[in-house]
Design a protein around this ligand. Structure first.
Ligand code: ADP
Ligand code: MG
Length: 624
């Protein structure tokens, strides 16, 4: 029989398809199973109006079988089948989809047709050097076999097939140096591919499963037995309505799919129709995976098209600051045959991603409101990521995240949101105070906090490296600026107090001058202050960089030697002030005392001292 040629452009298309549309060869199975599922759907749809079709829904199935000796894998369905003409049009023309036509002609909720592009079938040639499709249309007497070895063309001839439906026999290629095609003849491989891509196909995908079992009556003799197994679980949880799903069902799905041993902190299940039609099942984990804050962590949601998985981790669906979210999106609007590159430009996908981001944000806010304990637990796991999100991309997303972040409050050492702080602000207070340090307890002991607290102001305690950077980028919250209490910007004095301080500094300029000289360029100035209540000394900074930021920047690779501009401040009401003044006549001792005070101030800030031995000797001298 004369071989028919694929149309010229089809040849090129087929070659391109086989070699480039798909990233993974293994998806051929998903494509053939999806086609079988479509064929079952079509027959089922017909049975709804055609009484002569006596099949029950349970009778429909997809059978897989492996013949290692002949190197064949067979995919068989008892669906609508194809006539010789249909074989010709559907499989002889690439990019022609009988399924799309069907979908356009018959609209029904009962069917769930997957195909629409008319290329999936040819993916079989990625792993196969010969494909035979034996098909008998439902109701027809004659079956036909379509057969092809790839780009060369195909033949269609009558054949025998005892029942309706389609049987696709693919001959698996020989192994090459780079590719172990024989793997597709292993039952475990086939089972795991079904689980991975086709678990939620609505018809049973079955296979005769071979196992070794102990022979009856024997203790060490085994025999090969085969049993019929259904490989897929069939029901996509996310397609059920929320009211039908038990909490435990959500949780066990989460544990199985996303390998966590714990329950998720929150489940988000939505179905959206409109601009984009999709279902999403999202989970917020309780704890960060061990590699979460490392480069190895890969964000992304699983992407399904009508219940068939098309991508394991679709990164475009999640912004970095919500990268901890696990779950999946299922949309009929996306086609199976779509590559990563094509997806990036998919308008539909962009709409879905935007919706999902909004949804996650609103769910987190809800959780913050109605389950504070859970939210705080969540925040301790992923708060750092949210704060990085505020800072990243020059603050593009800071406003979306400002209400999600929390800091420790000086009031009760508990976490508070900016909104809550804002609600508690004193009359006339126009800035939000914060202080930085290693832990809340350590910050609480900082001399600078004493007076601010006494004046009745609440302080946010920033303990993570990213914190101050995030607030700097945010710049303000509901018209209130942020002020680091360890900077010269702190402005708590009355005009009268300011005047008095100014005079005091002028009167004592001589002693301050000597002290500044003793410290050289380690500080930009030494001066007396009102900001300390009972403590003698502290360091404050001028300009945008705080001591904390200096610490962080100096630890970073490529450290540019960034330095904060530091001023040493002495409590003007502390006895040390009078003592320093009295030492004007004894410059040697004044020099020593200045260095000791400076070292103390550094230690209080959690900084190291330049010369610990010298410091120790100087203090010892005072003791003897
Ligand atoms: P798509 O599934 O996107 O339509 P395919 O290349 O996968 O494209 O398949 C082409 C067409 O071949 C399908 O639209 C369908 O009409 C037909 N077809 C493929 N497999 C089967 C099958 N098992 N039973 C019946 N028809 C099939
Ligand atoms: Mg298909």
């Amino acid at each position: 029989m004369a071989k028919k040629q694929f149309k010229a452009e089809s040849k090129k298309l087929m070659d391109m398809m086989i070699n480039s549309i798909y990233t993974h060869k293994e998806i051929f199975l998903r494509e053939l199973i999806s086609n079988a599922s479509d064929a079952l759907d079509k027959l089922y749809f017909r049975s709804l109006t055609d009484d002569s079709i006596t099949l029950n829904r349970e009778d429909y199935q997809i059978m897989l079988s492996i013949d290692k000796d002949h190197r064949t894998l067979t995919i068989e369905d008892n669906g609508c089948g194809m006539t010789d003409k249909e074989l010709e049009t559907n499989l002889g023309t690439i990019a022609r989809s009988g399924s799309l036509d069907f979908k356009t002609e018959n609209k029904s909720d009962d069917v769930n047709i997957i195909g629409q592009f008319g290329v999936g079938f040819y993916s079989a040639f990625m792993v196969s050097d010969n494909v035979v499709v034996k098909s008998r249309a439902y109701g027809a007497d004659q079956a036909y076999a379509w057969s092809s070895s790839g780009v060369d063309g195909y033949t269609i001839e009558p054949c025998f097939k005892d029942d309706f439906g389609t049987k696709i026999i693919i001959h698996i290629k020989d192994d090459t140096e780079n590719e172990n095609y024989s793997d597709f003849l292993e039952q475990y491989t086939i089972m795991s591919l079904v689980k991975k891509y086709s678990d939620f196909i609505r018809y049973p995908i079955r296979m005769m499963w071979e196992t070794n079992k102990l022979k009856e009556g024997s203790e060490d003799e085994y025999e090969k037995v085969t049993e019929l197994r259904t490989l897929n679980s069939m029901i996509p949880l996310w397609k059920k309505s929320k009211s039908e799903i038990e909490k435990e069902e959500y949780n066990s799905f989460y544990r199985d799919q996303y390998s966590d041993w714990e329950e998720p902190a929150r489940v988000i299940h939505t179905k959206v129709e409109g601009n984009a039609t999709y279902s999403a099942l999202l989970y917020i984990p309780k704890r960060a995976p061990f590699d979460y804050y490392s480069k190895n962590f890969e964000k992304g949601l699983q992407l399904y098209s009508s219940g068939v998985m098309i991508m394991e981790k679709c990164a475009d669906l999640l912004p970095d600051y919500f990268s901890f979210v696990k779950g999946l999106v299922d949309s009929e609007d996306l086609s199976l045959n779509i590559s990563r590159e094509m997806l990036q430009h998919d308008r539909q996908l962009k709409i879905i991603a935007t919706n999902i981001e909004k949804k996650i944000r609103s769910e987190l806010l809800k959780m913050q409101k109605d389950d504070r304990e859970a939210y705080e637990e969540f925040f301790s796991a992923f708060g750092t990521q949210l704060k990085f999100g505020m800072y990243d991309d020059y603050g593009t997303n800071k406003d979306k995240l400002a209400d999600l972040v929390m800091f420790t409050s000086s009031n009760d050492k508990k976490l508070t949101t900016l909104q809550e702080y804002h609600d508690r602000m004193k009359e006339g207070q126009n800035t939000i105070y914060y202080a930085c340090g290693e832990t809340a307890d350590k910050i609480d002991m900082l001399p600078q906090t004493e007076l601010v607290k006494e004046k009745g102001y609440e302080i946010l305690y920033l303990t993570e490296n990213v914190d101050e950077f995030a607030l700097q980028v945010l710049a303000s919250y509901k018209d209130k600026t942020f002020t680091n209490i360890s900077t010269e910007n702190l402005d708590l004095d009355t005009e009268e107090e300011k005047d008095r301080l100014k005079r005091f500094n002028e009167e004592n300029s001589a002693v301050l001058g000597v002290m500044k000289e003793a410290l050289g360029d380690r500080v930009t100035a030494v001066r007396f202050t009102n900001r300390l209540k009972t403590h003698p000394v502290c360091l404050v900074t001028e300009g945008f960089m705080s001591l904390e930021m200096e610490k962080v920047l100096q630890q970073m690779p490529g450290n540019t030697g960034a330095k904060a501009e530091v001023i040493m401040e002495i409590n003007k009401d502390h006895p040390i002030a009078a003592k320093l003044n009295s030492l004007l006549a004894d410059p040697d001792t004044l020099d020593k005392y200045t260095k000791i005070l400076y070292a103390q101030a550094r230690l209080i800030e959690g900084l190291t001292v330049d010369n610990p031995t010298e410091l120790s000797n100087m203090i010892c001298e005072l003791m003897i």
